[in-house]
Structures are given as C-alpha cells and as structure tokens.
Design a protein around this ligand. Structure first.
Ligand code: SME
Length: 200
C-alpha cells in the first residue's frame, strides 16, 4: 500500500510495495501523483554514498554507533554488498587477532581471525586493501558463505597504525571495481579519523 499525503515542504514516506523499495521523498512541492520505480531500475553509484558517510561521522557519538551506521548504509544501499562488517584488532595473549565487530548479513563462523589467516589477515598485516574477484581461486580465503563469490577488505588506520578493517562479501563475481574501492577506502578513513578524534 502506498501512503501518500503530500504536503509542501514536508518529508513524504512512501511505504514498501512488493518488488518496490521504500523511498523517502523531500517534498518541496505539492505532489498529486507519485510513480514508484521498480527496485531493479534504482542503482546507487557507490561513490554517491561518500557524502552520507561524511554526515555519519558528524552525527554518530561513538565508534560503535559509527561502525553500525556505516555497515547499515552500505548493506542497505548497495545490493551486491551481501555481507558488510568490521573486524577490529584485539590483544589475545601475546598476539593480536581480528575480532568481529558490527556486521550485516549471515552469521560468520570467523569471529576471531589470526593475522596470518584469510583475506582479512592479509589486509590487516600488510595495511593494504585486498580485492579478490573470485574467492574460490584464492587459497587464502576463509569461507563465510557458499554464496560468496568476491570480497574486498580495507584496513582502518589510526595515526598510521592498522587498528581494524572493513570487510565486504558479494554473491557476485568481481563485484568490487574502482568506485567500490574508493567508497570502502573512504569509509575506512571516516572511521579512522573518528577514532583519532575520540580515542577510547
Ligand atoms: N572471508 C574472510 C573471512 C571473513 S568472512 O568473509 C565474513 C577471509 O578470508 O579472511
């Protein structure tokens, strides 16, 4: 059902229909007719989300809420981002491990990853973004879901030191192109700068 009560200058919410996505409209004029676009015709360009990431870094008041908001934004807006989550470095005796933080998507068996394991370990230990177009042909890959085909992992740094990473899995082969990389690296910078401003 469409709830349509347009009033000039008010936010109008159009609720979800089968096969259609919910939209919030900034209604600066009186609408008498709203045409809903099928979900398949609405594609968000990854880098279009950069301003929204910048806004989150201002509106969130803790690193945890910022991580949750970033994960929710990317998972909701980009349909090929099927699993989105943060891993943060934690002490585990005399070594460091990547501990699962906020995420959206299916539960993963990999809640604590040593630095010498997985795509995640490779990104954190080298401090460099890793993009894997076909996870099944990469011997480092730790399987999270049988459906995963490609993955990007971007380190998060604070004052030049890796403290964690953003990990995204897709059910699509080679889902992460230059625009995706730019967006994910921006998300990592947003979190890193927030942590620099508000150390725990
Ligand atoms: N695939 C990752 C493990 C984490 S899950 O994808 C969420 C890796 O190879 O390190």
């Amino acid at each position: 059902m469409t709830e349509c009560n347009p009033v000039a200058g008010r936010i109008l919410r159009v609720d979800c229909l089968d096969g259609l996505r919910p939209e919030t409209w900034d209604c600066n004029f009186t609408l008498s007719y709203v045409r809903l676009l099928p979900m398949t015709t609405i594609q968000t360009k990854p880098t279009d989300l950069i301003p929204a990431l910048d806004s989150l870094s201002i509106s969130c008041n803790s690193a945890d809420s910022l991580m949750k908001a970033i994960v929710a934004l990317l998972h909701e807006k980009l349909k090929s981002y099927n699993w989105v989550g943060f891993y943060m470095l934690e002490k585990d005796g005399d070594r460091e491990v990547l501990a699962l933080g906020p995420f959206k998507g299916a539960m993963t068996p990999h809640t604590r990853i040593p630095l010498n394991q997985g795509i995640c370990g490779a990104a954190a230990s080298t401090g460099k973004t890793v993009v894997v177009d076909d996870v099944n042909s990469d011997p480092r890959y730790l399987a999270c879901s049988l459906e995963t085909k490609s993955e990007i992992v971007v380190p998060v740094s604070v004052h030049g030191k890796v403290v964690g990473e953003l990990d995204i899995d897709s059910h699509v082969t080679a889902a992460f192109g230059p625009d995706d990389r730019a967006l994910c690296e921006h998300a990592a910078v947003v979190l890193g700068r927030f942590l620099e401003r508000t150390p725990s």
